[in-house]
Design a protein around this ligand. Structure first.
Ligand code: SPV
Ligand code: MG
Length: 557
């Protein structure tokens, strides 16, 4: 069940108090089911009951105190607020004796109306009350004093449809039907909307007698706790307004909790009781989690949860003996492997699930405590295959919003921030400053539809990728740094393109530029986010020496 919004109740155009009034006055027998907190109130509503009895006995017991006004009225009010917020059906509150005199009671009425409680029932006993079933001798309230209380409550209610039910305890106190009728008459005259006639007998004789004598002067409510054996049909025929199941949620929960705790302390395992307890999904459903997910989608648009795929399968042959025992992504940069620096940058930026495609010396990654909990996917053919083959291994992870990155790069976090906020189905990060300008041949050189302006304000509109090369051509406008982003549509496009390429004979030799060039050939637009430096990759000993420079490494993750 979802959270209850004021507008949802408004749509119904009938208030909770109107609903209760309707139930009290209907010719059919109505039922109120006990609840004592937000959870039980929700359960009562989802079971189909049309109203809730907020029992004083149950709320007190659930709070760990006795039903003797030990919990203060404001503590009870707090519980009622949770119950009312969690439900759309009306609540009739057990207001005990009204928590004092007329003045205390009218303040209670005003606070109940503020919390959209539909009605309150007060009993004609003295404060502090005791439960009707625990003491033989019950001190009844003075009739006039109780009538004044009812009047004060009716005068105070902000909501015209709020009900005040007068509970007659004359039968409980053993004063007889005559006294009960006399009191009921006085209370109705004082403004009570209904009478609750209570009895602690194990048969329904006295309440049936009362009803016969009372006739239809007001709706009459009963609580068949002790005379539960009487068939409900008899109450229907007698013309009662409402039956209250006054304490059955509480009693059911005590038994269920005792059963499971006794089982757990004895068996030290839940085995055998799994089906007797609610599943976590049922818990989340009752809590209304679905509504929160929907609301997050609506109100937290920018907080997307990205997947990330890190391509980290290759050895890095140019690094020779340095990568004899570990892949190049695990080379130490100022006390931390490169891959650890990269993944901690990703973790800082809302990346929900990180998958690493490992290969060469996979065990070095798996044995690293900061990496082993990530989703490690092995490319066992790493020695004979290229980047696309590795990416294809993680094809299932190219979904929703997704980051794909080489495992041997580090970059300042603002680059990732900028990438995440750049719009487009597929966006790649391109460094406009070529690293090794002198070298004729190098990896991932790109030609875009325009050059980097050098002015970040003018860069708000992304450039478009035209092609990717490994040769320094005239029109080269930068170098792909090994970092890209897709949205859910882009992820699908990427997956499909990789799948199509995987049918090629030479698939195992293909690299990321082949993917980009094929996408472009198929008229897929690839957006480019230009940057100027502030990242590094490690391809050879020279790169490694650069990366290990203290000033560099310290300012990265
Ligand atoms: C309650 O539920 O707290 C009641 C009903 O007052 S009874 O306990 O039956 O008196
Ligand atoms: Mg009570």
């Amino acid at each position: 069940m979802a959270i209850i919004h004021a507008k949802d109740i408004g749509i119904r155009k009938i208030s909770k108090s109107q609903l209760l009034k309707k139930e009290l006055n209907s010719k059919e027998l109505s039922f109120l089911m006990e609840a004592h907190n937000g959870l039980t109130a929700k359960i009562v509503e989802t079971s189909g009951f049309k109203g809730i009895w907020a029992s004083g006995l149950s709320i007190s017991t659930a709070l760990g105190v006795r039903d003797s006004n030990e919990a203060s009225w404001t503590q009870i009010l707090d519980v009622l607020e949770f119950m009312s917020d969690a439900t759309t059906i009306p609540i009739l509150v057990d207001g005990d004796t009204g928590y004092g005199n007329f003045n205390n009671f009218r303040r209670l009425v005003s606070k109940l109306c503020q919390r959209k409680i539909a009605g309150v029932c007060i009993e004609d006993k003295q404060y502090p009350k005791s439960n009707s079933f625990v003491k033989k001798y019950q001190k009844l309230a003075d009739i006039d004093e109780f009538c004044g209380k009812i009047q004060a409550g009716k005068d105070m209610q902000d909501d015209d449809n709020f009900s005040i039910v007068a509970r007659v305890e004359a039968l409980i106190a053993g004063w007889g039907i005559g006294e009960a009728i006399k009191r009921a008459e006085a209370y109705c005259k004082a403004g009570a909307d209904a009478i609750l006639i209570h009895s602690s007998k194990d048969n329904a004789n006295e309440i049936l007698k009362f009803k016969k004598e009372w006739g239809n002067k007001s709706p009459v409510i009963i609580i068949p706790t002790t005379y539960h054996k009487t068939p409900t049909n008899i109450f229907k025929k007698a013309g009662f307004s409402t039956v209250i199941w006054a304490n059955h949620s509480l009693r059911a929960s005590i038994k269920a909790i005792q059963d499971v705790t006794n089982h757990l302390i004895k068996k030290e395992s839940i085995k055998g009781l799994e089906n007797k307890i609610s599943s976590l999904n049922e818990v989340f459903e009752l809590a209304g989690n679905d509504e929160l997910y929907e609301a997050e989608k609506k109100y937290l648009l920018e907080k997307k949860n990205y997947n990330a795929i890190v391509l980290a399968a290759s050895r890095g042959h140019q690094l020779k003996h340095l990568t004899k025992n570990k892949p190049k992504c695990m080379l130490d940069i100022q006390g931390k492997p490169l891959l650890e620096r990269l993944t901690s940058t990703l973790k800082k930026d809302n990346i929900g699930k990180i998958s690493i495609v490992s290969g060469y010396k996979n065990n070095v990654i798996e044995n690293n405590n900061n990496l082993s909990n990530l989703n490690i996917i092995q490319n066992k053919d790493h020695a004979k295959t290229g980047e696309l083959f590795s990416l294809n291994k993680s094809a299932d992870e190219i979904k929703d919003d997704c980051i794909v990155t080489y495992g041997d790069i580090v970059f300042r976090k603002y680059i990732l921030d900028a990438l995440l906020s750049t719009k487009g189905e597929i966006v790649i990060v391109v460094d406009a400053l070529l690293k090794n300008k002198g070298k004729k041949s190098q990896k991932d050189l790109v030609i875009c539809d325009r050059e980097f302006t050098g002015n970040y304000l003018l860069e708000s509109k992304p450039a478009i990728l035209k092609s990717v090369h490994n040769e320094l051509k005239k029109k080269i406008t930068g170098q792909w740094i090994g970092l890209l982003k897709t949205n859910s549509k882009g992820s699908k496009i990427l997956r499909n393109q990789i799948h199509a390429l995987s049918k090629n004979k030479n698939f195992k030799n293909l690299a990321m530029p082949d993917l980009f060039n094929n996408l472009i050939k198929n008229k897929i637009k690839i957006n480019v986010l230009y940057i100027a430096g502030q990242w590094l990759d490690v391809n050879d000993a020279f790169d490694l020496a650069e990366a290990r420079k203290v000033s560099w490494a310290k300012s990265f993750n």
